[in-house]
Design a protein around this ligand. Sequence first.
Ligand SMILES: [Zn+2]
Length: 226
Amino acid sequence: MTSVTPLPDTAETRQALIDACLWMNARHLNQGTSGNISARTAAGILITPSGVPYEDLTPDLMVTLPLDGLPDGEGLKPSSEWPFHQGLHQARPDMPVVLHAHPPYCSILAVQRRAIPACHYMIAAFGGNSVPLADYALFGSPDLCANMAEIMSDRHACLMANHGATVLGESIAKACWLLEELETLARTYLFSSIGGAPHILSDAEIAEVLVAFQSYGPREAEATDG
Ligand SMILES: [Zn+2]
């Protein structure tokens, strides 16, 4: 697995993480302070604090975590979901950004305990022919971390049973883009079941999309032939 250069721990990076939180709430991809975001840095992990409204966040309020082990206890408490952020940064060094939210349509599917199959070719943006569903475990628990790390070994997103969704990105912008794409996919899958049954693309058809995305990337593919 290729490693990506960690993000620099600068005021700009910290502000970009805050901006991502404000953006996902403005786009109705999250509510309140349910969501959280973290970035891998050279020294460890930068993560949003627990329970602070995004509007009140400033760069100095972002919390640092070690890549392994407990928070150092200085400053604000990290997001209560820090265990799975830490676990995913350990499991996926190629993905320096972890973004978690409770997007409404993703959450509906997660409550129904449904993974997303290949109902649309954009599923390939998440690394394969599905967006898997992580088994339920208490928020903030090591079990939830283990459930997610296992199914995200070859995917850039997962739904979380009776909870929400998490995406992995090579950058903050890519993670935000993926979160909105995931919510669109969840809505498409949910509504396509009304008055009919969604047609699911074959593994061969998705393999073809994955090859096309490798050539020019999903964002460029969308811009080109959407
Ligand atoms: Zn959550």
